[in-house]
Design a protein around this ligand. Structure first.
Ligand code: PLP
Length: 404
């Protein structure tokens, strides 16, 4: 008889966003006249940039003629896109990343989870707390997390990120983790790491042979000078870090699907090249991103594409500013929103995350995300996203200010 992967049974039943959706639907059903504003789920709302759409149309036309038709592409991505990424995301910032260190994929979400394939199941994994749940759940599925005790996974190393440490993790005192997930700019806290902060982890990883899995899906939202856009801006990262990037939030590709992962050739463990392992993994389990989508992603790097996508990012960052100043005016302590599309707000004294979520849902008709859903250290916070329309965002903030 076939046996299932029992690790799946250990996963807690209700995924955060399903619970939010359930409570929201229940409220809407009981109050059909209520006009809800959703500031919970992190999906974009602005349409694709015209330069991107034009490139997609042209690519569709390529597929319509025998001379320019494309079937299976290279699993690691077309050279035209890998070259454009190497030039614009790295060389332009004086970072030496070669095209064959870049692996184009259908999402940072899948890559963050799939990367575990090239690592032994007995590696110790560290995650920040609060955390993007995908790092935790994918390692639980693989059997690296142990058991869920109702609050935490027994085998994971949790790195608390609190207001006291500026939402950046201190080096662990006990067990030395082998795989360390760091996300900057951070989902959910909206804060971004400095070069000095990252350097402490790069030095730690190089000293212990650990690997940093660096998620910079929100890199395009960095506004402050001096904040690194890539971990490879930090000396020594080439021998200890894998970086995940995405066109999802940079260019509105959440539904279009395109991302990439950087695995430097200098990255080796036990005498084996991780670049070669990941290439082997992708070549076997992945058949590449569609030609049309890769042409669309390439257009993000054209002068028009860059200007147009920057406009969309500025639009979201303006929403972030509106949310941040509004909540501060309402008396809340607020973090993030400057280098990221997320605002991380402290709940009023003595009010739990889910209770504050319910209050905002019932009394302001605004849907947020309870911080506790991202890990125990997220208790006492809520997350708001800046991905909505400008008018709706302003109205939501006005409602919250009035309520509080
Ligand atoms: N990484 C982080 C931290 C995210 O918040 C998200 C999406 O919300 C992703 C990755 C997913 O990116 P993609 O759309 O490329 O799968």
């Amino acid at each position: 008889m076939a046996r299932i992967n029992r690790n799946y049974e250990k996963l807690p039943g209700s995924y955060l966003f399903s619970e939010i959706a359930r409570r929201t639907a229940a409220y809407q059903e009981a109050n059909p006249e209520a006009r809800l504003i959703k500031m919970g789920i992190g999906d974009v709302t602005r349409p694709l940039a015209p330069a991107v759409v034009a490139a997609m149309h042209a690519a569709v036309n390529d597929l319509a003629a025998a001379e320019t038709f494309h079937g299976y592409g290279p699993e690691q991505g077309y050279a035209f896109l890998r070259d454009a990424i190497a030039e614009h995301d790295f060389a332009a910032r004086n970072i030496a990343i070669a095209p064959d260190e870049i692996f184009v994929s259908d999402g940072a979400k899948s890559d963050c989870g799939n990367i575990g394939d090239i690592f032994s199941v007995d590696n110790v994994v560290a995650v920040c707390d609060p955390v993007y749940p995908v790092y935790v759940d994918t390692n639980a599925m693989a059997g690296r997390a142990g058991d869920f005790d109702g609050e935490k996974w027994t085998d994971l190393v949790y790195l608390p990120c609190t207001a006291e440490n500026g939402f950046f993790p201190a080096l662990p005192q006990g067990k030395v983790p082998d795989l360390i997930y760091i996300c900057s700019p951070n989902n959910p806290t909206g804060t971004a790491a400095t070069k000095e902060q990252l350097k402490t982890w790069v030095d730690y990883a190089n000293a212990h042979g650990s690997i940093i899995l660096y998620d910079s899906a929100y890199e395009a939202f960095i506004t402050e000078p001096g904040i690194p856009h890539s971990i490879y801006e930090v000396e020594g990262a080439g021998t200890c870090a894998i970086e995940f990037r995405s066109f999802s939030k940079t260019a509105g590709f959440t539904g279009t699907r395109c991302a990439y992962t950087v695995v430097p050739k200098a990255l080796e463990r036990e005498g084996v090249s991780l670049n070669a392992l990941w290439s082997r993994r992708q070549g076997t389990k992945f058949n590449g991103v569609s030609y049309v989508v890769q042409r669309a992603a390439e257009a993000v790097f054209t002068p028009e594409g860059r200007a147009q996508t920057r406009e969309n990012i500025a639009y979201y960052l303006n929403n972030a500013k509106v949310i941040k100043s509004g909540l501060e005016q309402a008396g809340l302590t607020v973090y993030g929103g400057v280098n990221a599309p997320y605002i991380w707000a402290r709940t009023p004294e003595g009010v739990g995350s889910w209770d504050f979520f319910d209050t905002l849902l019932h009394k302001a008709c605004v849907v947020t995300t309870p911080g506790a859903g991202f890990g125990p250290a997220g208790e006492g916070y809520i997350r708001l996203t800046a991905f909505g329309g400008a008018e709706a965002t302003e109205e939501a903030v006005e409602r919250i200010v009035k309520l509080l």
